[in-house]
Design a protein around this ligand. Structure first.
Ligand code: NDP
Ligand code: MG
Length: 388
């Protein structure tokens, strides 16, 4: 039977690859909705090519512009638009691939309407993991991870093995500064920080990969998805990005998931789960061509963001929400060439030190903590502003 899918964040890196997957498996999927932010030109092309039943954009002006060109199409906007598309009962599954905290609301809308979620947006679980996982359990909704590390772990754990996990091993390439000095990082340009050695992704996550905040967010994401204590989640740097993550079981057996570094594979797995279908990559993994796999400890002095993420995860309450909000603002300011790359952890640390935590079990507390973090980071930018 065909599955009906909506893709939120369709003009982004994950969204475009998801459209490749459903086009390639057109006998398996119907497309229902598409949601984008501000890239209206790309969305127009997608509407013509993929013929969604409903679309949403970030603001009303863009929605009106689109309406002129597609008068018969239902066009929504804003947070409500995202929620209506993700939560529409026609969906069998909603892929949440918008970037940033904007992913939280449509994820909740989908779960509330008993729609399975393919979750690419990691900020949702970092910011509101307790709330989202509790709701998903209540509603008996599957949250199938798209993030490659979490997809790997999901694939390594069959249901019967859940009680026998000893620890999770999350791998990461180490990003563009793995072999560079701290001084190189201090002077890094936006272009250098965006030059990821293994993955081509949106700019926010690529900067997070350069500071290793991405691994930190992934540790928190894994904690919520798999209900594993932080002390049992290890990060290992693996520059070849062939092992996408692994699980150690109580008997000492370690199961890892491998493949070429391609997001098509975890996106497809999340959409076709629990089935597997022929993939769209023509290249497959050749271990002899890769020839060696290297592993090293992450350098927490060079990459303090990873340490801050562990600390805020372990401290719990609204600390991870605030970590995420502070980081989102700081990354944006770095991308706008206002602050140095190495000031991102400084801003995050200052904010975490000043935060008065609250229990993170209701949406209002999360929204308030998120706002507090954003305001705090914005007020701090002047202190770190690059003199031009
Ligand atoms: P991109 O920046 O490439 O794309 C983001 C998408 O979200 C775009 O379609 C953008 O629209 C849309 N968007 C952003 N804000 C809003 C909003 N307020 N309302 C509606 N749409 C919005 O990001 P990625 O595809 O790289 O990443 C998406 C998510 O997946 C992130 O949370 C990231 O952490 C996660 N992820 C990504 C991976 C990757 O390989 N790229 C791997 C693992 C996780 P527009 O461009 O039209 O403005
Ligand atoms: Mg990842």
């Amino acid at each position: 039977m065909r599955k009906t899918v909506s893709i939120l964040g369709s003009t982004g890196s994950i969204g475009k690859q998801a459209l490749n997957v459903i086009t390639d498996l057109s006998d398996k999927f119907n497309l229902f909705g598409l949601a984008a932010g501000a890239n209206i030109e790309a969305l127009k092309e997608q509407i013509i090519k993929h013929k969604p039943k409903i679309v949403s954009v970030q603001d009303e002006k863009a929605a009106l512009e689109l309406k002129k060109e597609f008068p018969k199409l239902e066009i929504l906007f804003g947070r409500e638009g995202l929620e209506q598309i993700a939560g529409n009962k026609q969906n069998d599954i909603a892929l949440i691939a918008v970037s940033g905290t904007a992913g939280l609301y449509p994820t909740i809308a989908a779960i509330n309407n008993n729609i399975n979620v393919a979750l690419a947006n990691k900020e949702t679980l970092v910011s509101a993991g307790s709330l989202v996982m509790k709701l998903a359990k209540e509603k008996k909704v599957n949250i199938i991870p798209v993030d490659s590390e979490h997809s790997a772990i999901y694939q390594c754990i069959s249901n019967k093995d859940k009680d026998f996990i000893k620890k999770l091993i999350i791998t990461g390439s180490g990003g563009p500064f793995r072999t560079r000095t701290l001084k190189d990082m201090q002077n890094a340009t936006v272009a250098q920080a965006l030059a990821h050695p293994k993955w081509s992704m949106g700019s926010k996550i690529t900067i997070d990969s350069a500071t290793l905040m991405n691994k930190g967010l992934e540790v928190i994401e894994a904690h919520w998805l798999f209900n594993i204590d932080y002390k049992d989640i290890n990060v290992v740097i693996h520059p070849q990005s062939i092992i996408h993550s692994a699980v150690e079981f109580v008997d000492g057996s370690v199961i890892a998931q491998m493949g070429i570094p391609s997001m098509h594979i975890p996106i497809q797995y999340a959409l076709t789960y629990p089935q597997r279908c022929k993939g769209i990559e023509s290249e497959t993994l050749s271990l002899t061509q890769v020839s060696r796999l290297d592993f090293e400890e992450p350098d927490l002095n060079k990459f303090p963001c990873l340490k801050l993420a562990y600390q805020s995860g372990k401290s719990g309450q609204t600390y991870p929400t605030v970590l995420n909000a502070l980081n989102e603002v700081a990354v944006e300011e770095f991308l706008n060439t206002q602050i140095k790359l190495t000031d991102i952890p400084n801003i995050v640390e200052e904010g975490l030190n000043k935060h008065n935590p609250m229990p993170a079990n209701d949406l209002n507390a999360i929204i308030a903590a998120d706002k507090w973090g954003r305001d705090f980071a914005k007020n701090l930018i002047n202190k770190y502003l690059i003199k031009k």
